[in-house]
Write a protein that binds this ligand. Structure first.
Ligand code: ZN
Length: 353
């Protein structure tokens, strides 16, 4: 392959609005995505949205089936893949949170079907990105998946998500500050490809959350804030699509979050772990970690180990193994990572316990 060729696959259409599920069929038809759709949904509250979408599709003369998944695992992916082939699905529609969207997105890439993303929670930036987080692979990192052809973000639905999920989405975006610093470092130190445009776009999504952080401090977060968050999450996903990797959106703060998942078996929401990882990563970069910690505190995000259900020993262990999670991804953690003495000091200085 010519190394000068950089291919970018972007979503064909992104719709953000209120009460827009009824418009799903017309966008699918308009974009010529196909007439046979398999909806992937979770088992919880979001399955009712999946039924609503199915009814709209059938009313519009499309064929539609629903499959429910309990987790984003290879078993569930195999199940969805075989049903998709059995019914001859041309489109996989993920309706739900991370699990349903990740399973639909990953299966769509492998089955050569179109992928439509209909998020019901704003807890992570996988809404529009071409990467999926699958739990039982060798490593807890995101892998290549299909770029959504269509994203339908219904603000009415997303604003009904639990406050905790909304704040987790803010934290995932705040992680872009250190992700971009790590990317620049890898570029300067290791000659890794660095895309300034996608880095700027990812940074913008983090700055947007900081700019509007006041809106997220209240108990009932206003709908305008949800819109800001959803737009920023989509921007971060597009930054990954432009970069062709998760680099603009995932650096040492994500390695720390993944290490926490390994040590404590997914103790908290992904974004909550990334928030804590960001404070540490910014400290290591010598940046203004106090400001970010104060913003996280102000919006009610966890900034201490116990708030994500882990103890000091687990946190220190996670910090010392974070650099091993993805050795090819160079970050401020370097090749040897954080020593346990340094981890102890970090925990003390950053008041993490
Ligand atoms: Zn993330």
């Amino acid at each position: 392959m010519d190394i000068n060729i950089h291919r970018i696959d972007l979503p064909k259409r992104i719709i953000i609005g209120s009460n827009i599920l009824s418009k799903v069929p017309s966008h699918i038809i308009d974009l010529g995505l196909g007439r046979r759709a398999l909806i992937v949904s979770g088992y919880g509250a979001t399955s009712s949205y999946a039924n609503t979408v199915k009814d709209y599709l059938i009313d519009s003369g499309l064929e539609c089936w629903i499959v429910n998944v309990a987790k984003a695992s290879m078993d569930e992916i195999a199940k969805v893949s075989s049903i998709s082939k059995e019914v001859g699905a041309e489109i996989l529609i993920g309706v739900g949170g991370g699990k349903a969207i990740d399973v639909a997105k990953y299966t769509a890439l492998n089955n050569y079907t179109k992928f439509v993303s209909i998020p019901t929670t704003p807890s992570h930036d996988g809404i529009a990105s071409p990467f999926a987080s699958i739990r039982d692979l060798d490593r807890p990192v995101s892998i290549k998946a299909a770029t959504p052809a269509l994203v339908i973000a219904d603000i009415d639905i997303i604003s009904k998500a639990p406050r905790r999920n909304i704040i987790a989405g803010c934290c995932d975006l705040i992680g872009k500050f250190s992700a971009v610093l790590d990317w620049r470092l890898a570029h300067r130190l290791r000659g890794e490809y660095y895309g300034e445009y996608s880095a700027s776009l990812a940074l913008l999504s983090a700055k947007h959350i900081v700019k509007y952080s006041e809106w997220f401090t209240v108990k009932d977060i206003p709908v305008e804030a949800i819109r800001v968050l959803v737009e920023a999450l989509i921007s971060s996903g597009i930054a990954m699509a432009i970069a062709g990797s998760t680099r603009p959106a995932s650096g040492s703060e994500h390695l720390i979050a993944h290490a926490l998942d390994v040590i404590a078996n997914y103790p908290a929401l992904h974004g909550e772990e990334v928030g804590i990882g960001s404070i540490i990563a910014l400290y290591l970069h010598g940046r203004n970690w106090r400001r970010i910690r104060d913003i996280l505190r102000s919006i009610g995000a966890p900034t201490k180990a116990k708030e994500i259900g882990i103890d000091k020993k687990q946190l220190i262990e996670a910090l010392t193994i974070a650099h091993k999670i993805r050795p090819e991804r160079y970050t401020i953690l370097g090749e040897r990572g954080i020593s346990s003495e340094a981890a102890e000091r970090i925990v003390y200085i950053l008041e993490l316990c």
